[in-house]
Design a protein around this ligand. Structure first.
Ligand code: NI
Length: 193
């Protein structure tokens, strides 16, 4: 217990100078094995690859449109944060593309995604694909998901995380979905240059 506190304390101290005026500091996910190439289909039925987002910061969130609670809550926060940035810092906002990647390709057709993503933000990109393509991209992003049968059909359990990826496709940090949209705005303003 004691040594854990000590390690935490040292880490916290080391992290402090990074918040100085010299720059945003070392990204929490620097060097993490998160991200990779993908070929998927967007909500307009167009083939989209990771290369289409080169040069853009990306918010990458995995979920599914039939999700009863977690996904809509998180996407509402992300959408609200982006709308705030659209108004108060459009130069930053326009560098960010939010991606919603389905872990339920069986039900999440492009048409299904199309009527869903628009509820949260006009720039939210919905992505689906073959079960194999989804399995691969989920693995690259360290996302676990599992079908959970219910009396009326099924739910998909899935990892809840919103990655902020850099213009080079490398991970920067995960966004604080447990907090309010203001905290997400602050995090985006910190990292997006
Ligand atoms: Ni969900």
């Amino acid at each position: 217990m004691n040594s854990m506190f000590r390690i935490f304390g040292v880490a916290a101290l080391l992290a402090l100078p990074a918040c100085g005026a010299s720059g945003p500091g070392e990204p929490p996910l620097a060097g993490a094995r998160v991200g990779g190439p993908f070929t998927l289909t967007n909500q307009d039925g167009k083939t989209v690859t990771d290369a289409d987002f080169a040069g853009k910061y990306r918010i990458v969130y995995f979920g599914y449109t039939y999700c009863p609670d977690v996904c809509p809550t998180d996407l509402t926060k992300i959408g609200a944060a982006l709308r705030t940035l659209d108004k108060q810092a459009p130069r930053i906002a326009q560098k960010i593309v939010p991606l919603f990647i389905s872990v339920d390709p069986e039900r999440d057709t492009p048409a299904q995604l199309k009527q869903y993503v628009g509820n949260f933000h006009p720039r939210l990109v919905g992505l689906t694909g073959t079960p194999q393509a989804i399995a691969q991209v989920a693995k690259e992003y360290a996302i676990a998901y599992m079908k959970q049968p219910t009396p009326s059909g099924y739910l998909m359990g899935h990892t809840e995380v919103a990655y902020l990826m850099g213009p080079d496709g490398k991970p920067i940090t995960s966004l604080p979905l447990e907090k309010d949209p203001k905290a997400i705005v602050a995090e985006l303003e910190h990292w997006v240059r």
